[in-house]
Design a protein around this ligand. Sequence first.
Ligand SMILES: [Zn+2]
Length: 616
Amino acid sequence: TAKFVEERFREFGLSTRTVDYEVLVSYPLKRSLSVVYPSNSSLSLGLDEETVDGDGDSSGVIPTFFAYSPSGEALAEVVYANYGQKSDFDELKSLGVEVRGSVVIARLGKSFRGDIVFNAQEEGAVAVVLYPDPRDYATNATTEGYYPFSRWLPPSGVQRGSVIQDPGDPLTPGWPSSKLSERLNASNLTRLGVPAIPALPISARDALPIIEALGGPVAPDSWQGGLAVDAYRAGKEPVKLDFRYEANLTTATIRNVFGIIEGSEKDRYVLLGNHRDAWTYGAGDPNSGTACLLEIARIFGQFLRRPARTIVFCSWDAEEYSLTGSTEWVEDNLAMLKARAVAYLNVDEAVTGSSFSASATPQLDNLLFDVTKMVKDPDSNGTIFDSWCGKSNDCVGRLGGGGSDYAPFLQHAGIPSTSMTYEEKNSDFPVYHSLYDNYNWMKNFGDPEFHRHATVVKVWGLLARRLVMDTILPFNYVSYANVLEVNILSLSKSRDVNFFPLHFAVDQLRELASKIPSFTAPRSKNDILMLGERCFLDGEGLPGKPWFKHLIYGPTQTNVYGTSTFPAIADVISKMAVGEDKEELKALKQDLQHEIWRASRAVQCAANVLKGDIFS
Ligand SMILES: [Zn+2]
């Protein structure tokens, strides 16, 4: 596909580049899982996804596995841990269920799968199996059926994915995986954010006999799922799981492909990015996005031959492993990107459902509103803005989590970013990372007319066009200040620490943002608009997550996919909520005050930049 994308870019009249990295990846070698009954009889689970007639030959599809899971074997009692969140393990503790030494089975869907594995590891589990429960991934299948009859995940569907914590190649944290780069010692992977215990994804079909055989008391109501059993139980006896997994962790060459249209201001970049690698067929994740990227490249190649700024179309490799292609490239070009990149516009899954949604750093909110008001919603009579936001302006999501390729641009390089998607409001993408994320699913259930794809092309393209062509960049830092003020008010509720420095800095930002001086050269004004976001980076990064440099948007402590505003502050507050020890609370309060100061300095830095001159 690298060649395919490169050829399209060239055919559309773009100049092209490819940039390769050599990174640690992982493949499955051997997998087996059996339920061992007290009678010592056992049932071997299939671990395969059933091919649907008409979907074509699936023999080339990678078997179900978790990337970067270590190899390992275990024969142990099994414990059901609901969604595998910290609170679920706390609940098990309060029920007196000992997780140590057991295999944990949990359902996917509430947090990043890797976080579930780490939670289980922390409780002393020896292996983990994760499955998509029908309640979450086949919600209406009893009436509607499942794929190929509806959008819902078939019983044998499995969600592949990575279980690593930090973006990029784990052997080169913070620097590019070029051919001759330093590599850390691969025998020390657990210190580099890779789990120490093995994990496998399984299907609801394979989870059924395990859940069915659980012992102990009936689990709480909120722990009950959609499998056909009397009850999900929270106890250990009497079944065991025989778990075996052998991984091949090896080096592979990955390839990012770029299509470039040079602007008159050659050294100012607007980047549009999407990943190209997929776990299976990837019709939704990521090919729906790749189709849109290529269509915009075609249109711009034809009608935007001489843009004001340089447009860079980025087709990333190995996103599914750990945002690897984009992360290595950003690390490779960090200083240049910080000095010259205007904005990064990401689309991963362009379409997996019927509701449009978009996320952005707040200086881009108004631009998103303007653009979505120009595009008709193909599923209603109004505009995209009408169906997305309705009467409120409170509809823009934030990009804190490490879920896609905007993470290195925003969280490591401080570049204003957006991301957009069509998703289902009340459920996950049912066939996510399974064999059924294929063309027939998309054609029949995701976007039968492909008009949602066309809509993403319009919104994404118009957004890029404004950022490329507007004489003065359409950035609004007043709305940034307003958004932050709301966040601070909710964080500062009833804490007797001093939030004043942060309030003061945000007020300064608002004031100076409303009177940015005019310059004879628009480039000078654009430079300060571009640099404002860079201020939110801090060399030390977030506590315990030093790669994440952005102090305003980051992942939550418990979920890499979750977004946290002022993550370091929010993190201390959540620790204070559970802390009881007086000395400990006192220390946490000091930490909190320090994090408030740190964030206020970042915001003050942006305010100073917007003054436009070091001596004014
Ligand atoms: Zn994706």
